[in-house]
Design a protein around this ligand. Sequence first.
Ligand code: NAD
Ligand code: UD1
Length: 341
Amino acid sequence: MSRNVLVTGGAGYIGSHVCVELMQQGHQVVVIDNLDNGSPVALQRVEQITGKRLRFIQADVRDQVAVQSALVEHGVDAVIHFAALKAVGESVARPLAYYDNNLNGAISLLRAMQGAGVTDLVFSSSATVYGDPRSNPISEDFPLRATNPYGRSKLMIEDMLRDLGAAEPNWNISILRYFNPAGAHPSGLIGEHPSGVPNNLMPYIAQTASGLRDCLAVFGDDYPTRDGTGVRDYIHVVDLARGHLSALARLAQHPGVIIHNLGTGTGYSVLEIVAAFERACGMPIPYRMESRRPGDIAECFADPSLARAELGWSAQLDLAAMCADSWRWQQANPQGYPDPS
Ligand code: NAD
Ligand code: UD1
């Protein structure tokens, strides 16, 4: 069934990949993004990849009037909500900015949806809501415990959505908890270029390979893991994007609020990621050992079986593809997207 989908934050990293998948499957896409951390060039590239047009509205999701009129004007029948601030360290330094953007953004969007009579929603949550898990793999029924303002903003929105689903049973809400998104579209046209120094491992390695950074600092080699470095569940952004389409397609069959992990189920250490990237780019990645990063956990990987059973989705792309696609994007766009002007 072809749908009219509003994608908030669609000019960002994950949102742009979801737009591609939606358009390739014949859905109509409207993007709302304030371009705080997104680029209009990403949307042009989405059109280039798909050969189709989307509608773009530059607006803030906290502008309820703008969002509601977009929903009505474009006959939107489902929303995928990505728009948020997402840097953990920055959220500790600027908590009010994070609570304002993420919580008020979600409330404003939900009110606009109520006003327009749109009740199908897919929401970007994060494995960060599990905090430091008691064991791995992590399943959806594990205790929730966020440890920083960013994580708490995600947990609060999850709670808000559960309360809304209980109060108004006509809503169909899918909460997706992402593990570690990585890679880029295989075309090399869209990907991630963090502003400033990357916090996350994959973009830091890609920038080191391309000569923008001298050396990767490995944060800790004394964790209780197979080589002492942190283990994470890296998931190809295209697999992740396809998970959203599976969730969207199943909303009507699963009324109320449903929650799924989107991960591969396999954890890789920092040193294993370095080795895989070296194979992809054909060069050594210089690195040095440093002390642990505050707030980091040793190990985190998903039990993805619920998404397989209920959404009919599982990750298909491996670590080699994540590294190859990340490297292709990095080489073609060493400074990220060009200035649109
Ligand atoms: P991103 O920063 O690349 O994309 C977010 C987009 O939202 C940007 O284009 C930004 O301009 C826009 N935006 C932010 N606040 C807005 C607002 N108030 N109004 C309108 N637009 C706004 O981030 P991403 O990596 O694509 O992440 C997308 C979502 O997935 C976020 O909700 C993030 O918290 C969540 N998530 C990301 C990761 C990850 O590692 N990338 C992991 C787990 C969850
Ligand atoms: C970070 C966020 C988390 C978010 C996730 C996905 C923190 C504390 N947590 O988690 O909330 O959900 O990204 O976006 O920021 N590493 C290095 N050197 C680097 C960068 C990372 O050794 O320069 C290591 C880390 O210690 C970790 C692994 O690489 O073991 C992955 O790090 P990262 O990509 O930042 O993701 P997370 O730590 O999982």
